[in-house]
Design a protein around this ligand. Structure first.
Ligand SMILES: *Cc1c(COP(=O)(O)O)cnc(C)c1O
Length: 768
């Protein structure tokens, strides 16, 4: 580790010496997973260490298992930033992550009697071995107070007074690039009280909690990821998290910048530094950089604005209106008064500028303004304050241009582009599926590890009987490994020779785990009454966390578990199908699951999943996608062709039309549909009483709130597609060939490719 630390310094010195342009990737989440094995693979030391330990009678993998999986993220967005760090370091980009050091991360999920229980994820207890505290680089972050104007020698200035200070202490986690040549880092900040003190008087009066209040208040900022924001106090806490990350992160950047380029080279900053904001959580980067340039460095507004927009770029991750961040303006004014002043000025100037634009000024202001109806819209701030905006898959970027950000796009079309997401093929293939990785290397050599598009070389084995049989054996090995994990964790025995049909991701209405569960319930009903026979046994595997306050998603977990109880305890049905909910989906669990899938369930309501990356991990491990034309499923299906994946359901246009026209009526739809009448009836008619539950929340979402996510409407198409796919499984030659083609085409989804595109079109670290 000490050597790695030195190499990290060396990498940084090399970047400094060469004046390499640096990229600072700001993200609320970094779901980095366990690091020991990743470090050893990338340093080329894994084999030596495994062998050396084994000579000492120690199993490396038992040891690696003991490492904590840092809970610094919640799902796809956080895993994406982790894959990007890996790819930047591996492809020689001077890319550094900036985030927060959450004491308890998101939460650990336990399933108790089918209900999700959230437990604090104490990943820092017993110390985290890979981080290095840098207390000497801690910075002060200011909250609250008031801003006074000053007038000095004809120059207007601002003084921030009466604020509360919090200390942001950085911790660096090394990121080792493949080959070990570049070692960069992820910098995460922890909030601490400015000075370590207690209220002595309160303490001596026995009011211990009160005596420590200041400390607790400060530490709360980096206590957990995504605190509930239903209450104003929760919203204030989220604003503080965002501002602390940004303010401390920018202070770090400017310290490095000044040490290389001096303290008067601000106009050159866009040549040397990129700040990328992953979704809008770090959007305060824009007003914060303005604040520092204006108030601390004495620049004029126009110059500071050019620099800020030259440095910042923004990735959008969602089109769901409820997921677009907006904060009450009076709250912002209270928590970060100077920042809010700057946002107001950015907004005022932008709206002024809109007077010269086509269209109705008032409407333009309402659509594109930052501050509207007393709310501050972070996405609009991010677009206005950055030089580039991208979506994360073709269909998503298209929706941004045609719909969500249409007016911005028409004003400034060159600002928008697509960067289809990717995944680290090193972690999700080389590391987590070693048998497959060796088979690939046996066929086409090692070059795919550095150049994943070379996986296409596998295609010439599409009809090679021996390779296809080896591929099937490799899949069986991964399924056996997952089966033993399932047996250990939940006591359920699954047949390794059944189809492994898997849906693992955050629980969300639009991801439609419910549709999948309805299919299983339909199979249960059909197998029980003899109307359905399956040619192959199948196990349905689910895993995913629901947000703590998301009642519908939690009810769906309980529903899946109740269906599982019915299925697994039925003598006849359980011979044909099984259902498993694996608790606590996280990177290390994910690494066991993706390699074992035959069918990859990617069944979101079309138009709602920005990209997905789970779909890519499954594909790269040879699973066949069963999906809607949504997110990166579009690219997957184009790459592999319709013979090698199964697309079903409404298209994004059909969904948009149905929502607009209001032609769809779910009650009517169900009343004419025997199967769905039965299933929606079973939700509430006592069918699940043995597991102590009626599912009124689900029932009402479908029947009273008109099935907003088209679960019922897509049901027939989904079940039909699933039946066809599961029938194909019987022809192992065809199936294995499909699987091989998926792997062969998956090189496109390496995040090395994604990062190369960001660099080429947005960051330009290698010069234009
Ligand atoms: C890849 C991944 C995700 C994202 O999955 P999607 O299917 O794209 O939603 C979420 N969590 C973990 C742990 C992952 O590895």
């Amino acid at each position: 580790m000490r050597e790695t630390a030195e190499d990290k310094e060396n990498t940084m010195s090399r970047f400094v010496k060469n004046k390499t342009k640096m990229v600072f990737y700001f993200s609320m989440e970094f779901l980095i997973g366990k690091l020991l094995e990743n470090y050893l693979i990338n340093l080329g030391l894994l084999d030596v260490v495994v062998k050396g330990l084994s000579d000492l009678g120690i199993d490396f993998y038992d040891l690696a298992e003991m490492e904590n999986d840092p809970g610094l993220g919640s799902g796809g967005l956080g895993r994406l930033s982790a894959c990007f760090l890996d790819s930047m370091a591996s492809t020689g980009i001077a890319g550094y992550g900036v985030g927060l050091r959450f004491r308890f991360g998101l939460f650990k999920q336990r399933i108790d009697n089918g209900y999700q229980i959230e437990q604090p994820d104490a990943w820092l207890t017993n110390e985290y071995p890979w981080e290095m505290a840098k207390p000497s680089e801690a910075v002060e972050v200011k909250f609250g107070g008031v801003v006074d104007r000053t007038y000095d020698n004809g120059k207007l200035g601002f003084i921030h007074k009466g604020y509360d200070s919090v200390l942001a202490v950085p911790y660096d986690i090394p990121i080792v690039g493949y080959g070990g040549k570049n070692i960069t880092s992820l910098r995460i900040f922890q909030a601490l009280p400015m000075d370590d003190t207690v209220d002595m008087q309160a303490f001596n009066n026995g009011k211990y909690a009160e005596a420590m209040a200041k400390k607790s208040e400060a530490e709360a900022i980096t206590c957990i990821l995504y605190p509930e924001d239903g209450q104003p106090s929760g919203r204030v806490l989220r604003i503080k998290q965002e501002y602390l990350m940004v303010s401390a992160g920018i202070a770090s950047i400017l310290r490095i910048y000044e040490s290389i380029y001096g303290n008067d080279a601000w106009a050159d900053m866009p040549k040397h530094v990129s700040i990328h904001i992953n979704d809008t959580h770090p959007a305060f980067c824009i007003p914060e950089l303005m604040r520092v340039l204006l108030d601390d460095k004495g620049l004029e507004w126009d110059d500071a604005w050019d620099i800020t927009r030259g440095v910042v770029s923004y990735t959008n991750h969602t089109v769901l209106p409820e997921a677009l961040e907006k904060w009450p303006s009076d709250m912002l004014q209270h928590v970060v008064p100077r920042i809010y002043m700057i946002i107001e000025e950015i907004d005022r100037r932008f709206k002024e500028m809109l007077r010269n634009e086509l269209g109705d000024w008032y409407n333009n202001c309402r659509n594109m303004g930052i501050i509207v109806d007393g709310m501050t819209r972070m996405a609009n701030l991010s677009i206005i304050g950055s030089h580039h905006v991208n979506g994360v898959a073709e269909i998503h970027s298209q929706i941004l241009k045609a719909d969500l950000f249409k007016d911005f796009y028409l004003m400034n079309p060159d600002k928008f582009s697509n960067k289809t997401n990717g995944i680290s093929h090193r972690r999700f293939l080389m590391q987590s599926n070693k048998p497959l990785a060796s088979l690939i290397t046996d066929c086409i050599g090692e070059s795919w590890k550095k150049d994943p598009e070379k996986l296409s070389g596998l295609e010439k084995y599409a009809n090679d009987k021996s390779v296809l049989e080896k591929l099937a054996a490799v899949k069986r090995e991964s399924k056996a490994r997952l089966a033993s994990y399932i047996s250990k964790k939940s006591g359920i025995d699954v047949d390794v020779d059944s189809i492994f049909d898997i849906q693992v991701k955050r629980m969300h209405a639009y991801k439609r785990q419910l549709l999948n569960a309805f299919k299983v319930l339909w199979l249960y009903n059909g197998i029980k009454d003899g109307s359905v026979t399956l040619p192959h046994p199948c196990v349905f595997i689910f895993s995913g966390k629901a947000a703590q306050g998301y009642h519908f998603a939690k009810e769906v977990i309980k529903f899946i578990c109740s269906v599982a109880d019915k299925v697994n305890s039925d003598e006849k049905v359980s011979k044909v199908i099984k259902v498993v909910f694996i608790e606590n989906f996280c990177v290390s669990v994910a690494q066991q699951i993706y390699p074992a899938a035959d069918i990859s369930e990617q069944i979101s309501t079309a138009g709602m999943e920005a990209s997905g990356t789970g779909n890519m991990k499954f594909m790269m491990n040879g699973a066949i996608t069963l999906g809607t034309l949504d997110g990166a499923n579009v690219e997957i299906s184009r790459l592999v062709g319709n013979d090698n994946c199964k697309i079903f359901g409404m298209t994004a246009e059909e969904v948009a039309h149905a929502l607009r026209s209001r032609e769809y009526n779910s009650r009517q739809f169900v009343s004419g549909h025997g199967t769905l009448s039965k299933i929606t009836g079973q939700l509430v008619d006592g069918f699940f009483n043995s597991s102590g539950q009626s599912f009124w929340g689900i029932h009402d979402a479908l029947m009273s709130r008109n099935d907003e996510f088209f679960v019922l409407k897509d049901f027939d198409s989904y079940v039909g597609a699933w039946m066809e796919l599961s029938n194909t499984y019987g022809d192992s030659k065809v199936w294995n060939r499909m699987s091989l083609i998926n792997i062969a085409k998956s090189g496109f989804f390496s995040s090395d490719r994604t990062i190369a595109e960001y660099d080429r079109d947005i960051w330009n670290t290698k010069g234009v």
